[in-house]
Structure formats: C-alpha cells, structure tokens
Design a protein around this ligand. Structure first.
Ligand code: ADP
Ligand code: MG
Length: 679
C-alpha cells in the first residue's frame, strides 16, 4: 500500500465514524482522512500552567490542584450542587448543574487532592468553576494543550478531537518529498511531524514553522502540476507556421485606428510562438478595454493563412457573436468564418459540423459548446479562449488536448491579479501583458452619490438619452439562504419604466439565455436606452455607445468587480461616466474603497488595494473560476512561501527532475486527476 492511500480513504473507515457522522463531516467538505487532518485547530487552549487559588485569573481557563473539603447538595431541585474545595492559599467552589450526586462523588472524592481545569468564575466573593470537564487525580492525565476546531452542527468538540486522533493513530510515515536544502528552511520538520504537532502540540504552537511546512507543500504541489502541464505542452514538436507581416497594416486600414505599442508587442510575442516549433500556451492579459480582441483576431488570421483552422471561444453567445461580426467586418463576408452556438438551428449546425470536419470553415466562433466531442476539426491550428478567468485549469487542459500536436492555444483575461495568484492560476502558461490603453479614450469620470439624490442621476440620464447615448444601471445581487433575490433590480426596473417608458430593459440571472440575449441584442442595437441588470454585463461585451454606468449599493461590490463594470463604458470616443450610488450610512472601510476607485483607473492597482481590504477569497474571478482555493495557503499572507516555491520549481525544472519523488504529494493535493495523466 502506498503511503497516501490511507490518507485518501473515506473517513468512514475510522473507528466510531458511522453514517450520520460521515454526513456531518461532509457538510464541512471533509470526505477523506486527508481532508480531516488538514482541518487544523482554529485555536488552542493551554491547560499546562498550574496556578494556586490566590493567583487565579477570573475569566481565564486555568488548571489548579485542589483538596476536596465538603459537598453541598441542596434538597431543592433547581439549585446547583456545590463542592467546596481549597488549597493552602484559598477556597474554590465547583458548581454542577444537572449532574448526579453519584457522578460528582466519583470525580471529586472527599478528602482527596484532585487537579481540575476550567474557566474561572467569581460569585459572592469566591472563585468557582462551573461544570468542570477536565478533572483527574493524576495531573499528568489532563491534556496540556487542547485543540479547538471549527465545528459544525452535530459534531461536538469532543467528537471532533476523538475522530482526528483516531485518524492520527494510524498515520503512515510519509517519505520526504522536499529536497534537503528546502527542508532545512523549515527546521527539517517532516510532514508527519508538522501534522502531529499542529493537532496535538506539546507546547502551545506559537512557532509558524509547522504550519509553514504544510502551506509550502500545498503551494509546491500546485506549482509542480503547472510546471508539468507546461512541459508536456511544449515537449511535442509542432510544424512552425509562417507569419504574414502585412496583416497588421491591413487590419488597421479596415478598423480605422492604429494599434498601440503594447498591442503590437503582444502580436510579436504571439507571432514568435506561432512560428516556433513548440506549441504556444499563452495568456494575453490586459485591463478591460485594452484591446485584446483585435490582437487575437490578427493571430487567428495568421494561422488561417497557413491553412489551419481556428476555434474562438467566448463565455457568452452574444460575445461570441460580437467577435464573429468584427472578424467579418475586417476580412469580409467571404472569410470562411462561422458562428456556432446553442441557438444555431439543427440543419445549419449539421452543415457547420460537416464543413469543419472538411476544413472548409476556417474559423468558428462560439461558446464552450465548441469543445463537445461532436465538434471535430480537420486541421485545428489555434484555440482562442476569451475571458479565461471563467474556466478552470481542468477545462483548460481538456481544451488543449483537443487540437493535436500542431495546435497553439491563446487565452485572454481581463482580471488583474497579483503575482502570487498569477503563479498559481497561470503558472502553466507564458504571459503577455497589455498595459496601456488606446490613446483616443477619454478617462471615465467617476462620481459617488447618495441614493437620496437619485433625481440628479435621472436628469443626467435624460441628458444622455437626448444625445443618443445609452446607460447601464447595475443592482447588486442579494443572496440570502441560497435563494437568489432579484428584487432590487426588478423594483428599480419598475421605477425607471415610469420615467423612461419602453426605453428601459431588464436582465437578471433568472432569465433564460434566449431572453437575456434578446435584450442585450436590443441594447446593442440602441432600441433600449437604459439597461437594468445584475452583474451579467460584466463579461467582455463591447458597447461603444454606452456612456454611463450607474451602480447601486456600490459598496456591496468588490473593487475589482466595480472596475470591471466601469470598463463596460468609455469604449468609444465619447466622454463616459460612472456613478457609484450608496446609502448614506457608509462604513469607514467602504468610503476608503470607493475613494480608491474614484482616484484610479489602473486595474492592477485597484486589484491590489482590493486584496488588502477584502482578502483574496473575494477577488473577482478566483471564486468564480470553479477552482478550489487553497486550504491553507494565502497568496497575500504567505507571499514569501510562494516565492520560495517558485525558486524550488525552477531548481526542479533545471534538474530535469523526476516527478516520482513527489508522487504522494501530488496525489494528496487537489488536481490529482491531472497528475494521473502526467506521471
Ligand atoms: P478588451 O481588452 O477588454 O477585450 P476590446 O478588445 O473589446 O477590449 O477593445 C475595446 C474597444 O477598444 C473596442 O471598441 C475596440 O475596437 C477598441 N480598440 C482596440 N484597440 C484600439 C486602438 N489601438 N485604438 C483605438 N481603439 C481601439
Ligand atoms: Mg474582451
């Protein structure tokens, strides 16, 4: 049996863990023994220091050895039983509610010295401990450090501790996977030692080294997998594609603007990849509105020139359609481009599938439906995935397997994230950044406004409509006990309809896809002037005619999310506005956050500030990506460990390191399904 097998077993194999307990643990996402032992104590209670009665601290948990003097068991039922105890410095009462006299006499026998531990109270001038739970004639038998876990309904502290210790009893000795030089940085603490110490510390665990060892393992395993995806991707040689260097100027003529320096640099980097004999696996990252689409379209056309096919995937149908239209606009209706979405009717779909298989269609735009098995390409040379943060690593891996050995992959994302997260989420890819935005843009003007002054906002909208401009009105999604509540957007829609009549549209999450697309389509065609929505409009659609976005209860959104929303406007040449509405009682923190947004339009800076104020779990894209976040590691707090892991990965790569050493590590941590295919 491999050392990890026990750890990956279901907790039901543990003694005393029946069906009902299994279900309760499941609610905490604890399924395997590994899950269980990675649920580390949230705090420790120190019972190690013994005190004399005169030195007791009220309100603290303390341990004291007392002499049992006398019982005071009142006849009246609703009065508690009392045991009067003492040491040579003072007196202390043990108070028992709902305990039988027999039990009390057993644990606190008369005229004996007993060690007890509990929270110290004070009542009518005397120290007391109520319902003491840690009582023993042998003081060494009182557990010195008690581990407290984050409990869930139905699992008591006692049962949690027992179950964990049951699991720890059979802990296999894991073979060390860390290299000696790295291990030294953690004082040579083994994985076993770290686990045992964190659950049952001998002294209160003040040292970080135990937990750091475990955090490092978690980061390293993630990076190892990334590194291997990358290696696998590049291992197979592909046929280099030729580059048509006149393409950019041709495109510039057709779209009526010049490419920015960053766009040209991005095109160059992609060209280098495409024309090399290694497969491209590249992330194109740039803030909202930085102009990634045109870069990807130029790359697509280059690949098509080489008689390959291109699959262009977007997260929504409407976005796929928008990209499709742009492509046709530049290269003409005759460009063998097609759109394949859930809406494509049966006959047409069949025809498209057939022509894809024959290499008659050169580029197909669509949603993730593009990657169903039914869709077969004859000669796929490039996969482009827009708004990558919506797709997890597993999906990414699956897609990249689609194209065969000559297929390059380009993904695009507008979510600015700090470096540690970048290494985690995209460590398997090369990265190109677009930092600057097209020069013709006017800065979006951002205002904060009290909802009481809504009339000002209405007047602003009236003016914009007269100038033939359009407005987004965003309401937050209120999620209460899993029931998604769209009431705020529906109510706002009704309110605005009274003023603007049929010029208002509404989309929210409960609408079906067709209805949603229809309304977006209407907005795109300028038939609707004001679009009320929850955050569905977040994802990359280009509405150059929208000049205003009003965000209600703006303090309820994350900063990065607000920034993304704001990026929906200001895409044309007209002056655009973002109005952040709030209810008058804003917290200090909320004020700070809105101020950051008002004073900056730099997505990276905003993301970093957002992280500092909210913690990484809330950052846009991370939770939504469907990827599991770390159990222990925190990309902000553990930055040093991320950097150390990055160095170690470089060493392992240089070593042409064999993965077999890390077999157990990789099996234990998430994404083990990928590992199977790699080793
Ligand atoms: P994103 O990077 O968010 O995907 P888009 O590719 O949708 O951004 O581009 C946003 C808008 O900017 C589009 O309307 C596009 O036509 C325009 N645009 C792109 N590049 C330039 C440029 N170099 N100069 C002027 N406008 C540009
Ligand atoms: Mg985009």
């Amino acid at each position: 049996m491999n050392d990890y097998e026990y750890l990956l077993s279901d907790i039901s194999i543990l003694k005393g863990v029946g069906k009902s307990l299994v279900n309760k643990f499941k609610r905490k996402n604890i399924n395997t023994i590994f899950d269980l032992i990675l649920s580390l104590p949230t705090k420790y209670i120190d019972r190690s220091i013994e005190t004399k009665i005169k030195d007791l601290h009220i309100g603290k948990i303390q341990t004291v050895t007392i002499f049992v003097e006398k019982y005071n068991f009142p006849r009246l039922r609703n009065l508690p039983n009392k045991v009067i105890c003492s040491d040579d410095t003072g007196k202390l009462d043990c108070i028992f509610f709902n305990s039988y006299e027999g039990y009390i006499k057993k644990i606190l026998p008369l005229k004996k010295y007993i060690t007890i531990s509990g929270k110290i109270g004070f009542f009518r001038g005397r120290y007391q401990i109520t319902n003491p739970s840690h009582v023993n004639t042998d003081k060494n038998k009182i557990k010195k450090i008690h581990s407290n876990y984050s409990l869930t309904e139905g699992i008591s502290d006692n049962i949690f501790n027992k179950t964990i210790n049951e699991a720890l009893n059979n802990l296999p000795k894991m073979n060390e996977w860390l290299n000696p030089e790295v291990l030294k940085k953690f004082d040579n603490i083994s994985w076993n030692e770290a686990i045992l110490n964190l659950h049952n510390p001998k002294k209160e665990v003040k040292e970080k080294k135990y937990i750091n060892r475990l955090i490092f393992d978690e980061i390293l395993s993630t990076f190892l997998i990334n590194s291997n995806i990358k290696k696998n991707f590049k291992r197979k040689k592909k046929i280099p594609k030729k580059i048509n260097f006149d393409l950019s100027s041709f495109v510039e003529k057709n779209i009526g603007f010049k490419l920015t320096i960053d766009q040209n640099r991005a095109i160059n980097e992609i060209n280098n990849d495409i024309s090399s004999n290694k497969r491209m696996f590249r992330l194109l990252q740039g803030d909202v509105g930085s102009g990634k689409t045109i870069v990807s379209i130029i790359s697509a056309q280059n690949v098509i020139f080489n008689n390959y096919q291109v699959a262009f995937m977007a997260p929504t149908e409407i976005l796929a359609k928008q990209h499709f239209n742009l492509f046709k606009k530049i290269f003409g209706e005759t460009s063998k481009a097609n759109l394949l979405t859930g809406k494509t009717e049966y006959k047409k779909r069949k025809d498209i599938l057939k022509r894809l298989e024959n290499n008659e269609i050169k580029i197909v735009f669509g949603t993730h439906a593009l990657f169903q098995n039914k869709v077969k390409f004859k000669k796929l040379g490039l996969i482009i995935i827009d708004e990558q943060h919506k797709f997890g690593v597993n999906q990414r891996k699956k897609l990249s397997g689609k194209g065969g050995s000559n297929c390059d992959v380009l993904v695009m994302s507008a979510t600015p994230i700090p470096r540690t997260m970048m290494m985690t989420l995209y460590g398997d890819m090369d990265v190109t950044l677009i930092k600057s935005k097209p020069k013709n843009r006017k800065e979006i003007e951002t205002y904060t406004k009290d909802i009481n002054k809504i009339d000002d906002v209405i007047n602003f909208i009236k003016r914009e409509i007269i100038n033939n401009n359009q407005i987004f009105w965003v309401c937050p999604l209120i999620e209460e006990s899993k029931k998604v509540d769209h009431q705020s957007s529906i109510a706002r829609y009704k309110y605005l309809t009274k003023i603007f009549k049929d010029k208002v549209g509404l989309i929210h999450g409960s609408l079906d896809k067709n209805d949603k697309d229809q309304i977006l389509e209407k907005f795109l065609n300028n038939k609707i002037k004001v679009l009320v929505s929850t955050t569905v409009i977040e994802v990359g659609i280009d509405f150059p005619n929208a000049t205003g976005i009003v965000i209600e209860d703006s303090n309820k959104f994350g900063l990065s999310q607000l920034h993304q929303l704001r990026g929906r406007v200001g895409r044309g040449t007209k002056q655009s506005y973002c109005i952040l509405l709030f209810k008058s009682s804003l917290s200090e923190n909320a004020r700070k956050r809105l101020k950051i947004l008002k004073s900056s339009t730099d997505g990276f800076l905003i993301a970093e500030e957002d992280l500092k104020l909210r913690g990484y779990g809330d950052l846009l894209g991370f939770q939504q990506s469907g990827q599991k976040t770390f159990r222990l590691a925190d990309p902000i707090l553990n930055e040093d460990l991320f950097i150390l892991a990055e160095k170690e990965i470089n060493n392992i790569e240089k070593d042409n390191g064999k993965l077999s050493k890390y077999n157990s590590l990789l099996k234990l941590y998430d994404r083990a399904d990928i590992v199977n295919e790699l080793i």
